[in-house]
Write a protein that binds this ligand. Structure first.
Ligand code: KIV
Ligand code: NA
Length: 278
């Protein structure tokens, strides 16, 4: 399989071929994206909740993110590989943003970073792009700001907010963002923003079917956990039930001494055993 590049992603947009993106957090999930032809693998900061048990992405540190980026990178070759910049790693100064994004690339093995924000992150997007770190911008619902938003809510349902999301997306593209992620906005707005951008593909999550691509969180998509299911999540698998069935039967069969069976045990030649017990 050919390496997915930014040029390739832009070609997919031009030809109207939907772009597939999926999150991964470790070697096996990175491998799965690689093996099953996902275009872009995102080490999302949803890592905080779905793998590390935190209640918010704002708890994730850069060191924790780097540890998981390295594991995903070891399992990835073809997909375009990017990671979220954790909360607080791109706000203190442009220099800090460059230093931290550089670590995600050089130590983490990432090709690009994703940043939540609108007009207030334009300078960071411009600088990272200029030093050669491609940026995917993330607008609409921004989970790192859930406290400011008073929860995880659809954004852009009123005209004023819709205009500000559109203007942010256009300005972020102008600042150099190679793609724009749209989270939890009305489908008409997702389609409109997609039509107004000149170069950057849109990747939607809860932004309707007309964005240039789609992304979901691995654990939501495969049903590995019982956490809150957002309206935009479709479960394409039921891994949680499989895990429950497997773990329960394992424990039951140990207790019933039906595991391991004789054919799952090692034998010893009879004469050797006789010598041993002598
Ligand atoms: O952290 C994440 O998984 C994300 C996706 C939901 C887009 O940002
Ligand atoms: Na994220």
């Amino acid at each position: 399989r050919k390496k997915v590049t930014i040029q390739h992603l832009h070609q997919l947009r031009k030809s109207g071929t939907p772009i597939t993106m999926l999150t991964a957090y470790d070697f096996p999930t990175g491998r799965a994206c690689e093996t099953h032809n996902i275009d872009m693998t995102l080490v999302g900061d949803s890592l905080a909740q779905v793998c590390l048990g935190y209640d918010s992405t704002t708890r994730l540190t850069l060191e924790e993110m780097l540890h998981h980026c390295r594991a995903v990178a070891r399992g990835s070759r073809s997909p375009f590989l990017l990671a979220d910049m954790p909360f607080g790693t791109y706000h203190t100064s442009i220099e800090d943003a460059v230093r931290n994004a550089t670590r995600l690339v050089s130590e983490g093995g990432m090709e690009a970073v994703k940043i939540e924000g609108g007009m207030e992150v334009l300078d960071v997007v411009r600088r990272l792009t200029n030093v050669g770190i491609p940026v995917m911008a993330h607008v609409g619902l921004m989970p790192q700001r859930h406290t400011m938003f008073s929860g995880y809510k659809v954004q852009g349902r009123d005209a004023a907010t819709a205009i500000s999301i559109l203007e942010s997306a256009l300005a972020l593209e102008e600042a150099g963002a190679f793609a724009i992620l749209l989270e939890a906005i009305p489908h008409k707005l997702g389609a409109y923003i997609t039509s107004q951008l000149r170069r950057a593909p849109t990747i939607g999550i809860g932004a309707g079917s007309q964005t240039n691509g789609q992304v979901l969180v691995w654990d939501d998509m495969l049903g590995t956990w019982s956490g809150h299911k957002a309206k935009f999540v479709r479960r394409f698998g039921d891994v949680r039930n499989e895990i429950e069935r497997g773990v329960r039967s394992y424990a039951e069969e140990i207790r019933a001494r039906t595991f391991p069976a004789l054919q799952e045990s090692y034998d010893m030649p009879g004469e050797e055993w006789d010598k041993f017990v002598e």
